[in-house]
Design a protein around this ligand. Structure first.
Ligand SMILES: [Zn+2]
Length: 392
């Protein structure tokens, strides 16, 4: 496989065994997730080379990715803007609130970053079939990248997945199976339906999805002129976004581009909060959540694959975890659209609402980044229903 100069292979996050890039799944020895590792002394990168080049998307950072940009399956994902949020700044009574508007990715979610890197690995190995189970956004994103790579994709989505996601997954082509019930039912159907030779691109099964997400940290640091914000509030389901963002900031610190890492805040819906609950209880591994109940389907992840790694990321950044009511998530997404002009999906509204939960802890000179992981159009029906519920 064609890899970058600094890429040193894959390392097991539990037993420490190492593998080369041909390993596409979890650790063959202990079944823990694998993580890409680098020789940071060999990374040829400085602030100049990291200045934004939007037409290249996240692949402008390939010095810190496993694969060179010349091999990428890409639709110029990443390179999304940091947008000032003056109304939120006033309301939170801090120096600055900025929204990292990752809803502007090709299929409207942060997931595009990870699928670009993961599909690049699959394409290099000339594999023919990929699969995931997804609440919905992941199926659409995978469909886009698999289509571009001319690889067959097999998605298992729950019936509650939104019309938008199901429709666009169909439009991108491939094989979508709608499973009655919720996300765990789709996971079960995938386990029964997977055929030999299909590459599983579930987060933390492929080593590369959180690897793509880490570029968010590079863009946030570059956008803030290489200062580190006081907090980054992250909508949290599987742990993929939290783990990726922590890794990205840690790498920037290692190569000397920033002095510190920001405090990461995991925001989860009250109706499904295994990571936040484990954090509050001081557990190393989240306990599976029983009886999930939230309108934020993307975050209704009862047994998060990256739960343990997410808790480690919170610990490493002196982080925090908050839970929010569905109504507050919807109200925050509505407020972002109404007062800041930024379209934010209900799942991302969990991060905005989460910042309010911590308002008392922010200093008046704090810079707070809210991660908008999902375009508003992904949940327009929910947002409009919320509005009608207010009598508007
Ligand atoms: Zn292992």
């Amino acid at each position: 496989m064609e890899t970058t100069e600094a890429f040193d292979g894959l390392e097991c996050t539990d037993c420490g065994a190492t593998f080369d890039a041909t390993e596409l799944g979890r650790c063959p020895d202990c079944d823990a997730p694998l993580d890409a590792v680098y020789d940071y002394d060999a990374v040829d990168i400085d602030r100049e080379t990291l200045s934004p080049r939007p037409h290249e998307g996240l692949w402008q950072f390939d010095a810190l990715l496993p694969f060179p940009a010349s091999t990428a399956i890409t639709t110029a994902e990443g390179a999304t803007p940091l947008v000032e949020a003056p109304r939120f700044t006033d309301e939170l009574d801090v120096e600055r609130v900025v929204i990292k508007d990752d809803g502007r990715n090709p299929t409207g979610t942060t997931l595009d970053r990870g699928f670009s890197v993961a599909m690049t690995a699959v394409a290099q190995q000339e594999r023919d079939d990929v699969t995931i189970a997804s609440p919905g956004n992941g199926a659409q994103s995978l469909a886009a990248y698999a289509g571009r790579a001319n690889v067959r994709h097999h998605s298992f989505v729950p019936s509650r997945s939104t019309f938008h996601n199901k429709a666009m997954t169909n439009v991108h082509g491939g094989d979508m199976r709608v499973v009655g019930g919720r996300f765990p039912d789709a996971v079960e159907a995938k386990a029964d339906g997977v055929l030999d030779g299909w590459v599983d691109l579930q987060e933390f099964t492929t080593p590369y999805r959180h690897e793509g997400v880490k570029t968010l940290a590079y863009e946030i640091a570059a956008g803030l002129d290489w200062t580190v914000p006081d907090a980054v509030v992250v909508p949290t389901g599987t742990g993929e976004f939290l783990v990726g963002v922590e890794k990205g900031f840690r790498e920037l610190q290692t190569v000397g581009l920033v002095d510190d890492v920001p405090r990461l805040v995991a925001a989860q819906p009250e109706g499904c909060a295994p990571i936040a609950t484990a954090w509050e209880r001081g557990l190393e591994t989240p306990e599976p959540w029983s009886g999930p109940d939230t309108i934020c389907g993307e975050l209704e992840i009862t047994d998060p694959a990256g739960g343990e790694l997410a808790l480690r990321a919170l610990d490493a950044t002196d982080g925090a975890a908050v839970t929010v009511a569905d109504d507050d998530a919807l109200e925050s997404a509505y407020s972002a659209a109404r007062y800041e002009g930024i379209e934010m999906g209900a799942n991302a509204g969990v991060a905005a609402a989460g910042a309010w939960e911590l308002a008392d802890e922010f200093d008046s000179d704090a810079t707070v980044v809210l991660l908008n992981t999902e375009a508003g159009g992904k949940s327009s029906d929910l947002l409009r229903s919320h509005l009608m519920g207010k009598g508007i």
